[in-house]
Design a protein around this ligand. Structure first.
Ligand SMILES: C[S@@+](CC[C@H](N)C(=O)[O-])C[C@H]1O[C@@H](n2cnc3c(N)ncnc32)[C@H](O)[C@@H]1O
Length: 225
């Protein structure tokens, strides 16, 4: 999902920076930014990046075999993208969907004129996150479902809904339920059942507010395309 159209890729909540480092090595964009708010972690990461991907002063993108990079030890909600010209891909992975909703809201509101796509991989609370994306007028560029260590992940590429190639965002997902083969159908089937079981368990504690979510997931039709 990380195509070569971006000038800046932001690995937000980067932790040890594995994702961003892979993007630097792939030369995925002229500059890959690492953002996290833990100072020790970011100091260690910066030392490693200096060792493996030394910045060569004055070198341009074409002459390097990897991306330039920058490390930002900060709260990502404070990001000011106008200092960086061009198109941005902001990646946030590995935090809860409710926290991620607040992060995406803060970044969009603080950077109203910037051209930003978001690539999001939340831990739980997908419905809340998708509702927030809809409220922010963001639509769907691509989405996929994957499983690793028996955990399911939705990966959502989202952009302003008036952009070319962007369709309406569904609160429960759209193309993740349209499966190109039997393996992906089985994956989606198991994920859908697990998700419904989760919200039904929550309904026993939280009552009526879960009903619209259960109704929305119950209306999903899996397709083998
Ligand atoms: C579980 S790690 C996720 C690591 C990696 N992105 C992944 O998907 O495996 C969550 C990281 O988010 C960082 N984090 C949480 N809130 C943040 C914020 N507001 N700004 C920047 N980083 C934040 C934490 O310091 C932590 O390193």
């Amino acid at each position: 999902m990380v195509t070569s159209q971006y000038d800046h890729i932001w690995d937000c909540c980067c932790d040890h920076g594995f994702l961003g480092a892979a993007l630097v090595a792939k030369k995925a964009a002229p500059c890959v930014h690492f953002v996290d708010l833990v100072p020790d972690l970011m100091d260690q990461l910066e030392s490693k990046l200096k060792r493996y991907f030394p910045i060569v002063a004055g070198s341009d993108f074409a002459s390097l075999s990897y991306s330039q990079w920058e490390v930002h030890c900060m709260d990502l909600c404070q990001l000011q993208l106008k200092e960086f010209k061009g198109k941005h891909l902001v990646i946030i992975a590995g935090v809860g969907g409710d926290l991620m909703s607040a992060m995406v809201e803060a970044i969009t509101q603080n950077n109203a004129t910037a051209e930003i796509d978001f690539l999001l991989c939340p831990v739980h609370h997908h419905y809340t996150l998708r509702q927030q994306l809809i409220a922010l007028d963001l639509g769907l560029k691509a989405e996929t479902l994957m499983i690793e260590n028996r955990r399911y992940y939705e990966i959502i590429l989202t952009a302003p809904k008036n952009n070319i190639g962007v369709s309406a965002m569904s609160p429960v997902g759209n193309t993740i339920w349209q499966c190109p083969n039997q393996d992906e159908f089985n994956l989606a089937f198991n994920y859908l059942n697990k998700t419904l079981a989760h919200y039904k368990r929550k309904q026993r504690k939280n009552g009526a507010e879960m009903q619209p979510i259960i109704d929305a997931y119950s209306a999903v039709t899996l397709q083998l395309c």
